[in-house]
Design a protein around this ligand. Structure first.
Ligand code: NAD
Length: 281
């Protein structure tokens, strides 16, 4: 069994992006990322902090906005409108989830698709579905990058995804399809789940249930990607029961240190790319 070390692959990409950003800075162009946090959710604060820190390390300029938890829809939309028009800002990210009074869809649809570094805008989702160029959503794209970094073949293999969220499961399916995998999406209403997961050559688990996938649910030699981040007894655990699954799998991502670092670095990649597309002649 080989551990898919997302931290290491992300560090290599970080070095590449740092070099690229330094080159753009010499030309007087500083890639910029605006991160909007609404409210005080502790987990969201941690995620935002990590993104801002990584941006800083790479040489991306941070534009940080922390709106109060009772911020109105208009306030959020007005800020996005301002950032859409700010030429120094290449990427705009709104940390989810948003407080209940805010209409998430309207917020995401207000972001200029050219600055949509999370790739949640319907225009970019449509491009992804049709295989057209555009930003790719960070977590699934990070997983694709990780698979490629370890030369794991995808074409013709059966990839099973557990979870059908807009953030992970659905876009993951499209990226795997683009690489000619045969893809099955499963979810909470799927019957006889283990019978399907046992057919997987590549299994992506993104459900948010600690240690859900156990060794008896996979076939020998499967590649297992654990997207889950769950807090259990003050420890971070994935959706995969690492002990029982690791011994049967050929490759497996650890939690932490697997998919998480890949997600963050893909956000940086999308920001630098968005800058290139908008500002580098
Ligand atoms: P979500 O809550 O939006 O979706 C969960 C999906 O899991 C749903 O489609 C649901 O049908 C499915 N599901 C739930 N219970 C199931 C069951 N018992 N059997 C089969 N399917 C089931 O979640 P999400 O946003 O996709 O996130 C999933 C997990 O991944 C969470 O733990 C989240 O924290 C984590 N996550 C990690 C990263 C990262 O960078 N590592 C990024 C995004 C999400």
């Amino acid at each position: 069994m080989i551990r898919l070390e997302g931290s290491k692959v992300a560090a290599d990409l970080q070095a590449e992006l740092t070099e690229l950003t330094a080159k753009y800075r010499e030309q007087g162009i500083v890639p910029g990322l605006a991160v909007i946090l609404v409210g005080e959710d502790p987990a969201s604060k941690v995620y935002v902090g990590r993104k801002e820190k990584m941006a800083e390390k790479i040489g991306i300029k941070n534009f940080a906005y922390n709106l109060p938890s009772d911020a109105s829809q208009e306030e959020v939309l007005e800020l996005i409108d301002q950032l859409n028009r700010n030429d120094e800002v290449d990427g705009i990210l709104v940390q989810l989830p948003l407080p209940a009074q805010i209409d998430e869809q309207q917020v995401l649809q207000t972001i200029d698709p050219a600055k949509d570094v999370d790739s949640f805008h319907p225009e970019n989702v449509g491009k992804l579905m049709q295989g057209l160029p555009g930003p790719k959503p960070c977590t699934p794209n990070g997983i694709m990058h990780l698979l490629k970094a370890y030369d794991i073949p995808i074409e013709g293999r059966h990839a099973v995804i557990i979870g059908r969220s807009n953030i992970v499961g659905k876009p993951m399916a499209h990226l795997l399809l683009d690489e000619n995998a045969t893809v099955t999406i499963t979810h909470s209403r799927t019957k006889e789940l283990a019978e399907i997961t046992r057919l997987a050559d590549i299994l992506v688990v993104a459900i948010g249930r600690p240690n859900f996938l156990t060794g008896d649910m996979i076939k020998d030699g499967a590649v297992v990607i654990d997207v889950g981040i769950n807090r259990l007894d003050k420890k971070l655990v994935g959706d995969v029961d690492y002990e029982t699954v690791a011994e049967k799998s050929s490759f497996i991502t650890p939690v932490p240190g697997g998919v998480g670092p890949m997600t963050i670095i893909m956000l940086m990649y999308n920001t630098v790319k968005a800058c290139e597309l908008r500002r580098i002649p």
